[in-house]
Design a protein around this ligand. Structure first.
Ligand code: NOJ
Length: 559
């Protein structure tokens, strides 16, 4: 197994808009992040991933970039960024940037030039097609609903936008566009940033046939994904990025890849492939999806979660590397989703943390996860800000006849805004996030759930995360040990071992609010064991075979 720093690191994702507002305009900013570096250092994370901080009209909160080389006005200035980077480096931490190059904003000068005429030199920076029989070039649906094609009256053609109308897709077939992106990436790396999280990076290569996609049940539009997920030139493009830009720097790269399988991920992350270090896969996040996608919010089974995560663990063993995450700015809060955000909030948040952090891979913590922050349930749609949530509400309620109640309950469970309510720092007004009016409301549970309180309580979720991070630094087996699933069919307990030479870890996690008994393979009893961490009082020496309490986790080190 090849050993390196980015396998041993723990990454913390900052969503700058919701992290800390230093100037009272209600929007988080770079100086706000600077103010909180002591907190992040105390937690022990090594790398900060910043969601986009570039100039943007914020149709999709910065994932629509209008200038890749300047800082969003609301977030501060380039000088603020440089100071932040310096301060992070002084603390021995690193920063990775969000690289959003599948699309730009329609307000990027490239797009404004591109749409200005058919023979503009930037025309081919984007994907333009003539209409078909007076309609869109094909039937693809946008991920944010409606057609994936925007009409431009001036030139009487359509441009592709897999996300919102204001996020036109860049044309990676064009070598000039690719050169621009490589020089922009190099500019950031020369400034000293330590790597990139690459937004929907497996969408870059489109099948040039632009054929219609299948129209699934009750849908108006077709599914274009077979024509743009892991398209024909994706490996070539990633190898080119690597060769032209990344190979000259010792940085960390992670590609966001909806629809990726472990077999493909081996190609994307295999050491000799010279593409990326790791990918964000979505199979575990897609649990509970149904005919209305995530809004179906169907029941999910623990055995499925275990099957998926084990498949990724064994699939990349020795041949690639996993990222580990429960949360990010697009997902509901994990304690509300796979845990219990009521009576067992603290127990279940800790159990989920241990369950994830003891797997093989590089863990990612999303802001507030270390506090056990929960989903929010705003009463009215007026309180929601996320474009995907708003467009989906409109489609499902207004065109598909869903009742408002049904949709609101799906929004409460699955909206991206669950992750985007302001970070809860203390119990003062607006949870200490801003002195102004926050751009999105604070979760009303902040008097109970906040960083100050967690920091002062040695038994808090925060201190549990801190301990998990410390353990990873002390025990190589947590980083490099081989994974093996135990009890695959048990619907209550997620149990596994890790093995490195003659050591083992045994991880037992109860995902239910009932007691859960279990029996372990004989061979485990022959080891001598110490408990590394758990979320209930330890009882006695050695492996306890007492049934697990509600949401209990126990992690043992066996020698
Ligand atoms: C994935 C990002 O994580 C999400 O927030 C964004 O809306 C889309 N890509 C489009 O950039």
């Amino acid at each position: 197994m090849y050993k390196t720093w980015w396998k041993e690191a723990v990454v913390y994702q900052v969503y700058p808009r919701s992290f800390m507002d230093s100037n009272g305009d209600g929007i988080g900013d770079l100086n706000g992040i600077l103010m909180k570096l002591d907190y992040l250092q105390e937690l022990g994370v090594n790398v900060l991933w910043l969601s986009p901080v570039y100039q943007s009209p914020n149709d999709d909160n910065g994932y629509d970039i209008s200038d890749y080389q300047s800082i969003m006005t609301e977030f501060g200035t380039m000088t603020d960024f440089e100071l932040l980077l310096k301060a992070v480096h002084e603390r021995g931490m690193k920063i990775i940037m969000d690289l959003v190059v599948n699309h730009s904003s329609d307000e990027h000068s490239w797009f404004m030039e591109s749409r200005s005429s058919k023979d503009n030199p930037k025309r081919d920076f984007y994907i333009w097609k003539p209409g078909k029989n007076g309609a869109e070039p094909n039937n693809w649906e946008s991920i944010f609903k409606g057609s994936a094609w925007g009409y431009d009256e001036g030139t009487d053609e359509f441009y592709l936008h897999l996300f919102s109308k204001k996020q036109p897709d860049l044309n990676w077939e064009n070598p000039k566009l690719r050169e621009e992106i490589y020089s922009m990436m190099t500019w950031w790396l020369d400034k000293g940033v330590d790597g990139f999280r690459m937004d929907v990076i497996n969408f870059l290569s489109k099948d040039q046939s632009y054929s219609d996609g299948t129209v699934h049940h009750e849908k108006k539009y077709g599914d274009g994904s077979p024509f743009f997920l892991n398209g024909p030139r994706i490996h070539e493009f990633l190898q080119e990025i690597n060769h032209r830009v990344l190979s000259g720097y010792d940085v960390i790269t992670v590609g966001e890849m909806p629809g990726v399988t472990p077999e493909e991920a081996q190609l994307f992350t295999g050491k000799d492939r010279n593409e990326l270090h790791m990918v964000f896969q979505f199979e575990h996040m897609d649990l509970g999806g149904g005919p209305a996608g995530k809004w179906s919010n169907d029941k999910w089974k623990l055995s499925d979660l275990k099957r998926i995560l084990s498949k990724w663990q064994t699939g990349l063993e020795g041949n690639g590397w996993n990222s580990l995450y429960w949360n990010n700015h697009d997902q509901p809060r994990i304690v509300s989703r796979f845990g219990n955000d009521g009576k067992y909030r603290i127990e279940s948040a800790k159990m989920l943390a241990a369950c994830l952090h003891m797997l093989q891979g590089t863990p990612y913590i999303y802001q507030g996860e270390e506090l056990g922050m929960t989903n929010v349930a705003f009463e009215s749609m007026d309180e929601y800000r996320d474009i995907e949530t708003l467009n989906s509400y409109d489609e499902l309620v207004n065109s598909h006849g869903w009742s408002k109640e049904r949709m609101m309950s799906a929004v409460h469970a699955r909206s991206r805004d669950n992750a985007r309510t302001p970070m809860q720092w203390n119990d003062s007004r607006n949870a200490g996030f801003t002195k102004g009016i926050p751009w999105i409301k604070v979760n009303p549970n902040f008097p109970e759930i906040n960083a100050e309180r967690a920091y002062n309580d040695q038994n808090s979720i925060f201190h549990f995360y801190k301990r998990l991070i410390q353990l990873r630094k002390q025990h190589e087996i947590i980083v490099y040990g081989r994974f093996e699933l135990l009890l695959p069919d048990d619907e209550r307990i997620f149990a596994y071992t890790r093995t490195l030479d003659d050591e083992k870890l045994l991880v037992l996690c109860n995902f239910k609010e009932e007691h859960a008994s279990f029996s372990l393979p004989e061979e485990l009893h022959s080891y001598s064991s110490t408990r590394l961490i758990g979320n209930y009082e330890q009882e006695g020496e050695g492996i306890s075979i007492k049934p697990l309490s509600p949401y209990e986790c126990r992690v043992y080190h066996l020698k």
